[in-house]
Write a protein that binds this ligand. Structure first.
Ligand SMILES: O=C(CO)COP(=O)(O)O
Length: 241
């Protein structure tokens, strides 16, 4: 049985106070969430300490949005594994398209960050996905396979989550058809040695399309941006039918 993981990626949204306010509203809304669904909130670094305290003893797990590959050093503005684990971070998003696009993240650095996350006992959520241009040129399959081949060198597939996030579907309201997302996730799964790696879909996931997405057999969860910022909306997502 593959695990179902419903994760919110808050990106660069919410101060510490706003993060705590979200949890106070969100917690009661997920009291009756079906068993076996892992709920994760990936917050800005500045919210992690307060989140860890307020989430203690709850069924919500904590995630970060980046990790450096070295354990310490002169890397201004970066964050090391033990800084995250000391706070109680369980998951870390790696290789998000926004980091690949704006911050020079390459498959090589993605691979190094994945190794660091696993070395520190956290579960990385590896993001892969194609651009609109690549999709239109029918390169989706090649792009994804190429990313996976480079990103997953020497990575332990027993402690890994993958998120398929087509770049053209992120923040656009232009969701990938659930059947198509299922097809690409099937292709991703064929590249893996461990068939039990949870593979999420991400890109304009909303309360009104979650049921259809989660009804697909290959899709093991979602990575949600915009719709995870409101407690009501993210609660409706994690409480899908
Ligand atoms: O990038 C995403 C999650 O990592 C998706 O963002 P949206 O849900 O806002 O499209």
């Amino acid at each position: 049985m593959r695990k179902i993981i419903l994760a919110g990626n808050w990106k660069m949204y919410k101060t510490q106070a706003e993060s705590v306010e979200f949890v106070q509203k969100f917690k009661p809304e997920i009291e009756d969430t079906a068993e076996g669904r892992e709920i994760v909130l990936c917050t800005p670094f500045t919210s992690l300490t307060a989140m860890s305290k307020i989430l203690h003893g709850s069924k919500i797990r904590l995630g970060a949005q980046n990790i450096h590959w070295e354990d310490q050093g002169a890397y201004t503005g970066e964050i090391a594994g033990n800084m995250l684990t000391e706070i109680g971070v369980n998951y870390v998003i790696i290789g998000h398209s926004e980091r690949r696009q704006y911050f020079g993240e390459t498959d090589e650095t993605v691979n190094l960050r994945l190794k660091a996350a696993q070395r520190h006992g956290m579960i990385p959520i590896l993001c892969v996905g194609e651009t609109k241009q690549q999709r239109d040129a029918r390169q989706t399959e090649n792009v994804i396979i190429n990313q996976l081949q480079q990103d997953l060198v020497d990575i332990d597939q027993n402690n890994l989550v993958i998120a398929y996030e087509p770049i053209w579907a992120i923040g656009t309201g232009d969701t990938c058809e659930s059947v198509e997302a299922n097809r690409v996730i099937g292709i991703i799964r064929k590249q893996l040695t461990n068939q039990n790696v949870p593979i999420q879909y991400g890109g304009s996931v909303k309360p009104n399309n979650i049921d259809e997405i989660m009804a697909q057999p290959e899709i093991d969860g979602v990575l949600v941006g915009g719709a995870s910022l409101e407690a009501d909306s993210f609660a409706r997502i994690v409480n899908y039918q």
